[in-house]
Write a protein that binds this ligand. Structure first.
Ligand SMILES: Cc1ncc(COP(=O)(O)O)c(C=O)c1O
Length: 378
């Protein structure tokens, strides 16, 4: 077995809650028909309160949250869905797998869907926009909301990287029609694998619950089904992890912010394009990752700099090395259509902000990167 160098995001609190709820006097079952177990329902209620919406529906992942959200809209087959050029591939695959038409939109200086490009590319068949709050930074929701209102579009927020981020006082996932969250291990809070959909619409919440569990109509034990659906129900253990993680999210996000702020301070004045402050007048970021863009001049030495950073053993990722439309199934027919997405992916590195990085390590990491960059800045 290869040795894992990462610390577990879970501790004794999660373990004792699982023992209490699943191995105590009145043990909960590992799972319940159609995702209706007591801990699952409790997690949904608590997450809805945390985000500030009426309804939250658990699911198996951020990917299935996106799939269910799109499927719940009952869109005609030829519907077109707008998606930003930069995100994790799951955002685009949800559209692709449901066989809707996808149109990629370029990103703005915050790596989020650019409202100006949305305006340019909307067509008669456009029915929804998936807005990703990439790296934890909320997208320009005022502009997106305005466009959506004018064109009668549904907004799905992909908040898989932005648990707890706020835009003008509202949490991401509560601003559009539907919010999608991932609880994968590396996310701001985790249930191992897992996901959640948030909404204020009773109609959409009910539709999503049906779709999530094969169209199952009620929880009494009669097997009647109202239509097609999936089995995307969460397990009891995941929900218990989620309940405990939710009690830690403020602290976890605060720790990420601390690391983000250290990177930002130590990497300024270096010909690097850094993300905005963690808290601005209108937004607070969930600081999921710290993206660093190289200026055009530095980009000429991108490969050499990345090699040097690797050689120093500095933990980092290239998230993402390509816009989503470069994946073979999108046939790269969008080349040239989203120039900023292409440019950013060729000149980005992302630093981790999670609890595996202590403030002292963040200081060392940023100082080491600064020293490497200085060699290339003339
Ligand atoms: C922006 C974004 N969307 C969607 C997903 C998919 O979430 P999951 O891995 O839980 O399916 C992720 C996960 O990495 C993500 O970062």
């Amino acid at each position: 077995m290869t040795k894992n160098t990462f610390k577990s995001p879970l501790d004794k609190k999660e373990l004792s809650e699982i023992k209490k709820r699943m191995f105590g006097k009145n043990p909960e079952l590992p799972s319940y028909p159609f995702g209706n177990g007591p801990s699952i329902l409790e997690f949904e209620k608590k997450f809805a309160k945390f985000i500030g919406v009426k309804y939250a529906i658990t699911t198996t992942s951020g990917s299935t949250a996106l799939t269910l959200s799109l499927a719940s809209l009952d869109l005609p087959e030829d519907s077109e869905i707008l998606v930003p050029g930069m995100s994790f591939i799951a955002t685009a695959n949800a559209v692709y797998n449901l066989k809707f038409k996808i149109k990629f939109i370029d990103v703005d200086e915050n790596f989020n869907i650019d409202p100006l490009d949305v305006e340019k590319k909307i067509s008669r068949n456009t029915k929804a926009i998936i807005v990703v709050h990439l790296y934890g930074r909320p997208a320009n929701m005022d502009s997106i909301n305005k466009i959506a209102r004018n064109h009668k579009l549904t907004i799905i927020e992909d908040a898989c990287q932005s648990h707890g981020a706020t835009y003008k006082g509202k949490k991401t996932g509560s601003i559009g029609d539907l919010g999608c969250f991932s609880f994968y291990t590396t996310k701001n809070m985790t249930t191992g694998e897992g996901g959640m959909i948030t909404t204020n619409s009773e109609k959409l919440a009910n539709k999503i619950k049906l779709l999530r569990s094969h169209g199952y109509v009620n929880t009494t034990n009669n097997y009647t089904f109202s239509g097609a659906g999936y089995n995307f129900a969460m397990t009891t253990m995941q929900a218990i992890l989620g309940i405990v993680q939710l009690t830690k999210i403020a602290k976890l996000n605060f720790c990420r912010k601390k690391i983000y702020d250290i990177y930002r301070k130590n990497l300024s004045n270096l010909n690097l394009i850094l993300p905005k402050e963690s808290i601005t007048k209108d937004t607070s970021s969930a600081c999921h990752l710290f993206p660093i863009l190289f200026t055009e001049k530095l980009s000429e030495n991108y490969s050499a700099i990345v090699k040097n950073i690797k050689r120093e053993g500095i933990p980092f990722s290239i998230t993402y090395p390509e816009p989503m439309f470069m994946a073979p199934h999108f046939k790269i027919s969008y080349l040239g259509d989203c120039p900023m997405s292409e440019k950013y992916c060729k000149s980005i590195i992302t630093l981790f902000t999670d609890f595996n990085i202590s403030p002292k390590q963040a200081y060392t990491i940023s100082k080491k990167i600064a020293n490497i960059i200085k060699k290339y800045v003339k």
